[in-house]
Design a protein around this ligand. Sequence first.
Ligand SMILES: [Zn+2]
Ligand SMILES: [Zn+2]
Length: 383
Amino acid sequence: MKRDYYDVLGVPRDAQQSDIKKAFRKLARECHPDVNPDDPHCEAQFKEAAEAYEVLSDAEGRAAYDRYGFDGLKGRPMTDFEHVGFGDLFNVFFGGGMFDSVLRDAGGGMWGAATGSPPPPRGDDVEVTLELTFAEAVFGLTKEVEVRADAPCEVCTGTGAKPGTGREACPQCHGSGRMREVSSLGGFGQFIRTSTCSVCRGQGSIVKEPCEHCRGTGRLRGTRTVSVEVPAGIAHGQRLRLTGQGGAGAQGGRSGDLYVAIAVAGHEHIMRDGDDLIYRLDITMVEAALGYTGYVPALDGDFELTLPAGTQPGEVKVYRNRGVPVLQGYGRGDLKVVVNVLVPRHLSDEQRELLEQLALLTDDRNYEPDQSFLDKVRAVFRQ
Ligand SMILES: [Zn+2]
Ligand SMILES: [Zn+2]
């Protein structure tokens, strides 16, 4: 059972042509495969709307339909929508024919891609991985990476033309870079579909005599060394983009970009928490009880640290501005030294006796708890 064309487009029977056009345009937008790639109803819905629009947008067709319904359309040339691919249908609409203007004159940006000359062929984007030590990531450096990518041909300097020769207008598109194809969709009449010229790939001109070295492409694959400035404070997993350092474009087109993926090695004693460094300082139980003086091997030089007698596990000492330089900012994060107290294992008889004596000589006063351990750990990590 076919649905009434006015119902399909959702317009009253006395609708103006402009309203019919507007209604169809709206439906076409909603059904575009780029908008609803997975909706199986879209294709059927769109074809139904296209058929309704085909009839109602034509004065004769509309009059016949108004008068006799579907019977009035018998013998009229109609588009066989069942046998037109959904994608093809939309492609036709892109082409500068009726639908193109129907869809685009609402100011819809999504249809706009079909117009204008395409940019010259751009080079490929290339990604490389750069492995850094922990300290290199913290302080930054300039490092060289090997990049395998297209490079401009040195014989023709990237033009693709044999040295001494130039370019000439493309024989297929006569310099416009676009091809106009006339396609017929039955009752829809003829549609002019424009596409990028396949000979000159939209450039409008071709090389007269191709460079023999690069066979006219203007580029050759090669390996080159690129110097990468790694900013201080970069973190594992971040990517740097070097604009125009990727593959060369064909025949003088713009180069692609180079992406440098950063991989940072871990550190034995130091962890990173954003711009803060967290250093684990191991001291013995006895050092914690009697007091400790030693060196902390910070990334930018050792420094002395003294802990008072009775230092508890999890105690945190904060050194301002000794952490990671703030990436693309000012100053540095903090260095936080976290005390880890080592408790002796594998005790000899003599050691055990001494500790048992100590146990007899100490009482609750010696073991008064202070701030809880978890609170200290929490303070290390900024909330
Ligand atoms: Zn051409
Ligand atoms: Zn060349």
